[in-house]
Design a protein around this ligand. Structure first.
Ligand SMILES: Cc1cc2nc3c(=O)[nH]c(=O)nc-3n(C[C@H](O)[C@H](O)[C@H](O)COP(=O)(O)OP(=O)(O)OC[C@H]3O[C@@H](n4cnc5c(N)ncnc54)[C@H](O)[C@@H]3O)c2cc1C
Length: 127
């Protein structure tokens, strides 16, 4: 019950909290740890992935500088909550080495980084 309440507080109000606080605290909730069915068993990685990319590309396309902080928080939250452990690790690693920017270029580069890891073709970000 306590974990559920903490989860509601942290996830439902992400824009009011610093990304590091969300990260540190959600990590304490072990409902997403290995052993639970959040990756591999019933997840359609392709479908979730393509939908997530669509959403992320649309967000940066219509984004505004004013929402830069909210976008950073979103990416940090995804690195904790994205429903695929391997993908979360990729997100965490990428945002740890590439400062998050709410721009189409940043998102295209990130998507290409995942494409390379998965052996998929690189998308031309200049089009
Ligand atoms: C943040 C994140 C991390 C992921 N990490 C993993 C992982 O670690 N392991 C794993 O198996 N899956 C991962 N996925 C899922 C994976 O990236 C794909 O979504 C999935 O494999 C389906 O691939 P797809 O070929 O249908 O095209 P997708 O990669 O889903 O792309 C959808 C469409 O976007 C377009 N596109 C491709 N590249 C770009 C680009 N650079 N910029 C703009 N548009 C582009 C193309 O038209 C493509 O058809 C991740 C998804 C996300 C959102």
């Amino acid at each position: 019950m306590q974990k559920f309440i903490l989860y509601i507080i942290l996830v439902q109000m992400p824009w009011r909290l610093d990304a590091n606080i969300i990260n540190n605290n959600i990590n304490k909730i072990n409902f997403l740890e290995e052993g639970t069915c959040n990756c591999g068993c019933d997840l359609d990685r392709e479908k979730v992935g393509t939908s997530a990319w669509y959403l992320l590309h649309e967000i940066v396309k219509h984004g505004d500088d004013e929402y830069e902080h909210a976008f950073r928080t979103l990416m940090h939250t995804l690195s904790v909550l994205y429903p695929c452990k391997e993908c979360r690790a990729h997100i965490k690693e990428y945002i740890g080495t590439h400062r998050v920017e709410m721009s189409e270029q940043w998102m295209c580069d990130f998507h290409n980084d995942v494409n390379v890891r998965l052996g998929k073709p690189i998308f031309n970000c200049t089009i």
